[in-house]
Design a protein around this ligand. Sequence first.
Ligand code: ZN
Length: 203
Amino acid sequence: MKIIAIGQNYTEHNKELNSKHPTEPVVFMKPDSAILKNNKPFYLPDFSEDLHYETELIIKINRLGKHIAPNYAQRYFAEIGLGVDFTARDLQRRLKASGHPWEVAKAFDNSAVIGGFLPVAELGDIHQIEFRLDLNGVTVQQGNSSEMIFPIEELIAYTSRFFTLKIGDILFTGTPAGVGPVKVGDRLEGYIFDKKMFDFKIK
Ligand code: ZN
């Protein structure tokens, strides 16, 4: 399986990182070795002094597809969940400045936290999904899928022009504002509406 991730998909997050407003989705990938599941702890890697959380809605692809039209995109998933796109911000800053790819800052081991999923049928309107991250009991990120610059259907249409989507692939849809660093001992709890989707610690 593969993980396709989207950057810069929320205006307020782009402001906090001084990113430009994208004219098309910003896409990067993570390998399957990046997956961290089942609320296992995240061990801080030794190559970053500024390791950031980014809480994101994630889409589980359940059908093979290529060149998917936006109005058919909803046929390719039945569950939406919550994850964390861990980012070595210091490395990413250096890579961005030199115009290099982001992979070592974004696709390293355990950088893709995959929490729980909810059936779309239960979520209702996929353009009105509220989610949040609590860090040590304090809400630090709050988002709503209505704030995405490119909505889920457009992300599926765009990415499937380049990559065949396969059953089990995961799409990370970008993070809202409020990203920040983690340190040893932190507890991260993610929610979609009032349902807890992940709960794990930094070690
Ligand atoms: Zn992200």
